[in-house]
Design a binder for this molecule. Structure first.
Ligand code: XUL
Ligand code: CO
Length: 389
């Protein structure tokens, strides 16, 4: 496997003094921190949609990334090429997990039957590549926001035919996740919300979404899913208001509809900040309720108000995240998924390596610092003293 990134080899660990941009300075996969290796603590996952489908385009301009794996005119051949590129990249980077939406890995066909067949074919190939490389699926999900049919939502759509389509799509995405051994399944509801309350029955939509989630849980049990469902909170974008607004809203929602035993939360840094919280805030809300399952580690730009999905480089944010993860004894079913994309100007294929190496180094360094903070018990003591009365 040396087709798409021929100029890059396996990324080595060279230590903090290295000036080689294609080497890790802090992420040393087998180094033991506390009771586990860095790889076991961090469980990094490469994000399929941004890394292998993202064109670099934005609302003001077209794509800039060449994406040589997305050029074959036959959509199935293209999906195969994309898988090959992803596994070559992950193996060279030394990341053990990945995450996808159904439509990132396999194209939609002319009919539902054809779409389902496409997904099955690609899943078989992914399974084979997983076996050959030892790379695993962290979580799967269904894209219920990209196709025009989902303009007014998937699970909350007022049209029963669209709702049925969404349900059948989630069923297949759960099958794919089970087949590939994923330990998580994510619900992120980009269009499960409203644009205007004038034409929205919020009570009906929230109930409809909960029924949908119950159906997914029941189906997954039958399909042999042994992992956890995760809700990924986000306040807005693309909807004006999303029902999965933030961690606290989602916890209340899960309780209100009796879903709290089957679900945990997947907290994303840039979603927390869009909700005018910090990453640390939403992680603490989830973790202190025993409901923190997984993390999407990116960051926003505090001077703009949208989801820029930048690679994480802020060491303070990363330390807090790892302090909270270590404090709850790790992530059983989840991991750290890079829901991040290279900037529009970073169109050289090597830039994808630089971006991941930077993010992995930031979190590896943060893990060591967070472990020391736990050992020193400085914050624990301050808090214990403060509440001693
Ligand atoms: C969108 C987002 C999603 C989810 C998966 O903001 O974060 O890509 O992570 O659907
Ligand atoms: Co995300």
């Amino acid at each position: 496997m040396n087709t798409y990134f021929p100029d890059v080899g396996r990324i080595p660990y060279e230590g903090p003094a290295s000036t080689n941009p294609l080497a890790f300075r802090h992420y040393d996969a087998d180094k033991v921190v506390g009771d586990q290796t860095m790889a076991e603590h961090l469980r990094f996952a490469v994000c399929y949609w941004h890394s292998f489908c993202g064109t670099g385009g934005d609302p003001f301009g077209s794509g800039t990334r060449p994406l040589p794996w997305n050029v074959d005119p036959d959509p199935i051949a293209q999906a195969h090429d994309r898988l090959d590129a992803a596994f070559e990249f992950m193996a060279k980077l030394g990341v053990k997990y990945y995450c996808f939406h159904d439509r990132d890995i396999a194209p939609e066909g002319a009919t539902i039957k054809e779409t389902n067949r496409n997904l099955k074919k690609i899943v078989a190939r992914a399974k084979d590549l997983q076996k050959r490389t030892g790379i695993k699926l962290l979580w799967g999900t269904a894209n219920l926001f990209g196709h025009p049919r989902y303009t007014y939502g998937g699970a909350t759509n007022p049209d029963p035919l669209v709702l049925a389509h969404a349900a059948s799509q989630v069923r297949r995405a759960i099958d794919a996740t089970v087949e590939l051994g994923g330990t998580g399944y994510v619900f992120w509801g980009g269009r499960e919300g409203y644009v205007s309350l004038i034409n929205t029955d919020m009570k009906q939509e929230r109930e409809q979404l909960a029924n949908f989630m119950h159906m997914a849980v029941n189906y997954a049990k039958k399909a042999g899913f042994k992992g956890k469902f995760f809700i990924e909170p986000k306040p807005k974008e693309p909807s004006t208001h999303q029902y999965d607004f933030d961690a606290a809203t989602c916890l209340g929602y899960l309780k209100e509809f009796g879903l709290e035993d089957s679900f945990q939360l997947n907290i994303e840094a840039n979603h927390a900040t869009l909700a005018t919280h910090s990453f640390q805030h939403d992680l603490t809300v989830a973790s202190s309720a025993g409901m923190l399952g997984s993390l999407d580690i990116n960051r926003g730009d505090m001077t703009v108000g949208w989801d820029t999905d930048q690679f994480p480089t802020d060491i303070y944010d990363a330390v807090w995240a790892m302090y909270i993860v270590l404090g709850q004894g790790g992530l059983k079913h989840g991991g750290l998924n890079f829901d991040a994309k290279v900037r529009r100007g970073s169109f050289d294929s090597v830039d994808l390596f630089y971006a991941h190496i930077g993010g992995m180094d930031a979190f590896a360094r943060a893990l060591v610092i967070a472990d020391k903070l736990h050992q020193d018990k400085v914050f624990k003591k301050v808090i214990a003293d403060r509440y001693a009365g």
